[in-house]
Design a protein around this ligand. Structure first.
Ligand SMILES: Nc1nc2c(c(=O)[nH]1)N[C@H]1C(S)=C(S)[C@@H](COP(=O)(O)O)O[C@H]1N2
Ligand SMILES: [Mo]
Length: 498
């Protein structure tokens, strides 16, 4: 073969360096997203089509455990420990799994945007996006060939065969955005500000289930893609995507590509191992890349949820075991007659408010969707005092920035449960101290006599069985210093808007 012609083909097919780099960077972060996604699923391995998440109504589950009906069951008991072979970082680590997921989202998106911009700036898009309708019948034809274990003739690769071109275009321009859109639909902050958005998908649980199906599509694509790359000419294909040319040094191309893949897998292992050994450091290092943005959005977000009575869930999952202290039980037995909410700390006027006093204050009802960090949801009606009414009476000092909610209950470390929220979130119109649920006195498992509803955030922030609210300047001076029991003990994020 004349070497000039060979040269021409090489120059024509060769992928530019930026494209090859973007491909392997994408592989790394997609893998991390898949692994951390599996970790997140492990914390509540049940998938639903409806937002009430009634036990037994899941369409798919990855656990044999059945919720007991003879005693109070809390969703924390459902968290599974999955192997680090499939989950990032592995074990029972929802908090760190989420940090890995959102950390990866940032870099995956950045890489994706650069890739798409360069694709159109350089004309490389012509490889990816079909320019003729004939690609559909052609792809069908190619599919028939693969399906009968025949390889299409070399002439249809330009550089992709029609089926390949369609699939790649669909993965980049349909599957990618689909995963972003269904991911965003699961954010409590987004759902609070724009309740119509998750409903575009048919609800939050539909979005979660679709996001999971997207995960399966990514895995299926990766397996098929890798298999076909190997079958249709491993030396040539690895040469193209790694070195940018083929026809020369095919053994080198194969060795380097296998080394890249091995390095990516080793990096997953290393990152898992490091973060399991240094959980607090991993919590901080990973969240640094996305929490400032979440903080910004959470502080400015207001909840505008107005679900209808017909939307109220027939079943509302419980999370967190009720207090068993004699102090609490005594109050409960006397119908919370001796109960008083204390408001202390950086305030001009400390308060002690009994239940009748709280009920005499301006009252507000709202039907909202609860989003547990583990993944379940439920819609309920909450009635109580807007928190801004309490703040207007206690008058926070200028340096007060966070509210600490102290509970009668214990957290998973056996200490008093507490959670903090920023003052800005406490002032939101739909942030209330609820004493009633679905038109009844607040049931004990859901936080009687008083619980927080802060509707722009994940459920773990909404402290139940509140005994005291303390205003502080810096949450880092409180207990473990991470912003709450769940942040201290389970490495959850402090700004819980996604
Ligand atoms: N005191 C206390 N409050 C708590 C918890 C807890 O364990 N203890 N769990 C939190 C979590 S993780 C969630 S999802 C919600 C659950 O509220 P529910 O039990 O009313 O559904 O309460 C939050 N408030
Ligand atoms: Mo939760």
């Amino acid at each position: 073969m004349p070497s000039a012609l060979q040269h021409l083909i090489v120059a024509d097919v060769g992928f530019p360096a930026w494209l090859r780099a973007a491909h392997w960077i994408n592989v790394f972060f997609i893998g991390l997203l898949v692994r951390s996604g599996i970790q997140i699923l492990a914390s509540y391995p049940r998938l639903f089509w409806k937002d009430d998440c009634t036990p037994g109504h899941e369409w798919l589950k990855f656990t044999r455990r059945k919720e007991p009906t003879d005693r109070l069951w809390t969703s924390l008991e459902d968290e599974q420990s999955w192997s680090p072979v499939i989950a990032q970082p592995g074990g029972n680590n929802l908090g760190l799994g989420r940090h890995f997921h959102f950390f990866s989202v940032v870099f995956w998106l950045l890489n994706g945007v650069i890739y798409v911009v360069l694709l159109f700036a350089t004309g490389e898009w012509q490889r990816l996006i079909p320019t003729s309708w004939s690609v559909f019948p052609d792809a069908l034809h190619t599919f028939a060939e693969y399906a009968t274990f025949h390889l299409p003739p070399a002439s249809v690769f330009r550089p992709y065969d029609p089926l390949q071109q369609l699939t790649y275009a669909a993965v980049v321009f349909l599957l990618g955005p689909f995963l972003i859109l269904t991911g965003a639909a699961q954010s409590p902050g987004v759902g609070a500000r724009f309740p119509w958005y998750p409903n575009l998908f048919g609800g939050r649980q539909v979005a979660r289930s679709l996001h999971f199906l997207g995960l399966l599509a990514v895995i299926a694509f990766t397996i098929l893609h890798t298999a076909l790359v190997i079958i249709t000419g491993i030396g040539k294909n690895f040469g193209d995507i790694t070195l940018g040319y083929h026809g020369r040094n095919e053994a080198l191309a194969i060795i380097i590509t296998i080394l890249i893949i091995a390095a990516i897998l080793a990096l997953y292992g290393l990152l898992s191992w490091l973060s399991l050994g240094h959980k607090r450091a991993a919590q901080h290092a990973l969240s640094e890349f996305y929490q400032p943005l979440v903080r910004l959005l959470t502080l400015r977000t207001s909840s505008r949820q107005r679900y209808q009575p017909a939307d109220i869930s027939p079943f509302f999952t419980v999370n967190g075991a009720p207090p068993e202290s004699s102090e609490y039980l005594k109050l409960m037995w006397q119908d919370f007659d001796g109960y008083a909410l204390e408001v202390t700390g950086l305030v001009e006027q400390p308060l002690r408010l009994t239940l009748p006093e709280l009920m005499a204050m301006p009252r507000q009802s709202q039907i909202t969707r609860h989003n547990c960090i583990q993944g379940w949801t439920a819609i309920g009606e909450w009635t109580g005092v807007p928190l801004h009414e309490i703040l207007a009476r206690c008058r926070p000092l200028p340096n007060a920035e966070h509210l600490v909610f102290w509970s009668f209950s214990q957290d998973t470390s056996g200490q008093q449960f507490y959670e903090t929220i920023p003052l800005e979130s406490a002032l939101d119109k739909q942030t209330i101290l609820a004493y009633a649920m679905n038109g009844q006195a607040l049931p004990r498992p859901h936080g009687a006599p008083l619980r927080l509803r802060c509707e722009t955030m994940l459920g773990f922030k909404m402290c139940k069985w509140i005994c005291r609210i303390e205003l502080v300047e810096d949450y880092r001076t409180i207990r473990g210093g991470q912003g709450g029991s769940r942040e201290d003990n389970r490495y959850y994020e402090i700004y819980a808007g996604i």
